[in-house]
Design a binder for this molecule. Structure first.
Ligand code: SR1
Ligand code: MG
Length: 421
């Protein structure tokens, strides 16, 4: 199959990268020593890209380069290189709103090479690995709640003027190839016998067939696919799972926004929450002491709750003070009907968002169990019978969240349902 990469693009290797960087790195980024002395490792374990750690005598950096195909699938699944542009631009906007407290520093971007370099985060570790290891983090949920509130608010019609908002919609609409991956992998393929699906078989065969016949659930999934495709509410990260977050005891950094585009806010929040529920349902394998397992599951549900609480409180605060957004105009609310009317509008907005968040969490859970792209929480459980038992319980909660989202007003009642799954 001919490559879709433009002239001038070459995928870097551990051998070529130091010489490329030597000519391209901005002069203020000094790795120390000569390029021949730099140690380079390719460490990408995601589904799409090359990721290198380049270690000089004085400084270490990360280099991320898009490949003209889906790494996890091979060259038969081609994908244009434009995603590097969207990732770079999303990191820039996220930094503007959520600051380097939550977003890594980016040093330079080379559009022709679909490559950018950024800060080497150390001793940060991918959150998913830490959740599997049973670690807890005191400020994680506060940080993710703030990340969500700041990025979603400031890129919405409530937080920015209509002209600039529409310019964002136009700019990120070009990321349609990555949107299409989401539209197919999350919203469509888990709901029919798609070739790329990849569940624990034969253990879950009957459960998956039931999903394909579950008209009530599928109708909601299709409705939410339509919302995903049409509701340009705010700039989404687009792939906010626990593999897109790096943590230390005290710091949280959100990485990898290559799926960024203007979409429904509930997609990002629901994705994150769905992934914490994976950690919840996989826990009995990773922690076989029942009491320790229950304790950790309790912590996970508390994190889901705190993330939502922080998100909601901060989003409302930004909204109260907002003077730029043209939706819910200040003439009508802050300076017109008054603060009580603004509260009614906000309550209504948050109730809808909560319901949509639950549905999106359920859809993310279904797709990671049935569809192409699984997650280590489950996939790394070597015994397929144990894995399938845990996945079956997660599928049960997923269905409940998708079909009965309206019935839930908080995570305590969802926890009760999860406990008896
Ligand atoms: C073909 S890409 C598969 C998945 O990996 C990414 O991290 C996204 O979650 C995407 O859906
Ligand atoms: Mg990613």
């Amino acid at each position: 199959m001919p490559s879709i990469a433009p002239d001038g693009y070459t995928p870097q290797t551990c051998e070529t990268l130091p010489f490329y960087l030597d000519t391209k790195l901005p002069s203020n980024i000094k790795l120390g020593g000569s390029p021949k002395e730099w140690k380079v490792q390719e460490v990408g374990d995601g589904n799409l890209n090359l990721v290198f750690i380049v270690e000089g005598k004085e400084k270490t950096i990360i280099v991320k380069q898009a490949l003209p195909y889906v790494r996890a699938a091979g060259e038969g699944w081609q994908l244009s290189l434009t995603r590097a542009f969207f990732e770079y631009n999303a990191l820039d906007l996220e930094t503007k709103f959520a600051s380097h407290d939550l977003i890594p520093h980016v040093y330079f971007f080379d559009q022709d090479m679909a490559l950018f370099t950024m800060e080497f985060l150390t001793p940060h570790v991918i959150l998913r690995k830490e959740l599997i290891a049973g670690k807890t983090f005191a400020s994680l949920s506060e940080n993710i709640g703030l990340f969500l509130a700041k990025t979603l608010f400031h890129t919405s019609d409530i937080g920015m003027n209509a002209k600039d908002k529409k310019a964002l919609v136009s700019k990120f609409a070009v990321n349609h190839e990555l949107c299409k991956i989401t539209e197919d992998l999350i919203f469509t393929e888990p709901y029919y016998n798609a070739e790329r699906n990849n569940w624990t078989s034969p253990q879950l065969d009957e459960d998956v067939k039931k999903v394909w016949q579950d008209q009530e659930m599928i109708q909601v999934a299709m409705k939410y696919k339509y919302k995903f495709m049409t509701e340009a509410q705010a700039l989404l990260h687009g792939d906010l799972h626990s593999g897109s977050i790096m943590v230390t005891e005290t710091e949280t950094k959100v990485i990898d926004p290559e799926f960024s585009f203007m979409g429904p806010m509930a997609f990002d929040i629901g994705n994150y929450i769905g992934n914490l529920f994976f950690a919840y349902f996989a826990r009995p394998y990773w922690e076989q002491d029942k009491s320790k397992c229950a304790h950790y599951q309790q912590w996970l549900v508390e994190q889901i709750d705190v993330t939502w609480q922080v998100f909601e409180a901060h989003f409302r605060e930004l909204w109260d003070e907002n003077l730029e957004g043209e939706a819910y105009p200040t003439e009508i609310y802050q300076n017109g009907l008054g603060i009580e009317a603004l509260r009614v509008a906000q309550d209504d907005f948050m109730a809808t968002l909560f319901e949509e968040t639950l549905v999106n969490a359920g859809l993310e859970m279904n797709r990671r169990i049935i569809g192409f792209a699984g997650v280590a929480d489950f996939k790394d459980i070597p015994d397929p019978d144990i894995r399938a038992n845990n996945e079956r319980r997660a599928l049960k909660l997923a269905r409940e969240l998708i079909v009965n989202a309206k019935q839930y007003k908080d995570f305590i009642s969802i926890q009760k349902y999860a406990e008896q799954c």
